[in-house]
Write a protein that binds this ligand. Structure first.
Ligand code: MN
Length: 195
């Protein structure tokens, strides 16, 4: 791996008013880059440093290395799960999987919001698909990442306090509602789902 982050896929103020430029700046420049810098400190110059990030996440062993590698991956995926375009809806094979698993998109979004709001402490809410193409919504603690369980992530929502505290203070529900209703990128989810 290269120990470089992909650039943010939009300007730092592009998600306003739902997520402020100040939040995006601190979240990307301090938190995301901070995890990467600590990962480089932990594995730079070791054989792990030659592996793709996903392989570092799936490597058995060191919890500290896993936490850092997963947080780097999760944040890169989170930025791409959001879009300033907003209000897209799934189509094609993903739309069919939504109907099969949840009945309709609103039901899926309610479950995703409930998972995000119900996560106790720091973590992530995920929409994933399994090997059979069925969808699953759940939250994970701390840095946990579905790639390690063999699931394919489609979208994620960061519910660590640093993701929303500057904008919403303790009101995680308002942040989650804004993300779920205004910012999720269903074109990105479709690409991850495949045909
Ligand atoms: Mn974060």
């Amino acid at each position: 791996m290269t120990f470089e982050l992909p650039p943010l896929p939009y300007a730092k103020d592009a998600l306003e008013p739902h997520i402020s430029a100040r939040t995006l700046d601190v979240h990307y420049e301090k938190h995301h880059k901070g995890y990467l810098a600590k990962l480089e400190q932990a594995i730079g110059g070791t054989p792990l440093a030659k592996l793709p990030l996903e392989d570092v996440i799936c490597a058995p062993g060191d919890q500290h290395v896993f936490n850092l590698a997963a947080q780097v991956w999760n944040h890169s995926f989170y930025w791409r799960s959001l879009t300033p375009e907003g209000h897209s809806r799934p189509s094609g094979a993903l739309a069919a999987a939504v109907r099969r698993g949840f009945g309709d998109l609103d039901s899926l979004l309610r479950e995703l919001a409930a998972a995000a709001n119900g996560e106790f402490g720091s973590g992530w809410a995920w929409l994933t698909k399994d090997a059979g193409g069925d969808l699953h919504v759940f939250s994970s603690d701390d840095a946990q990442n579905p790639v390690r369980s063999g699931l394919t992530p489609l979208l994620t929502i960061d519910v660590w306090e640093h993701a929303y505290y500057l904008d919403y203070q303790s009101e995680r529900e308002k942040y989650v509602k804004a993300v779920v209703e205004e910012l999720l990128d269903w074109r990105f989810a479709e690409k991850n789902y495949g045909d």
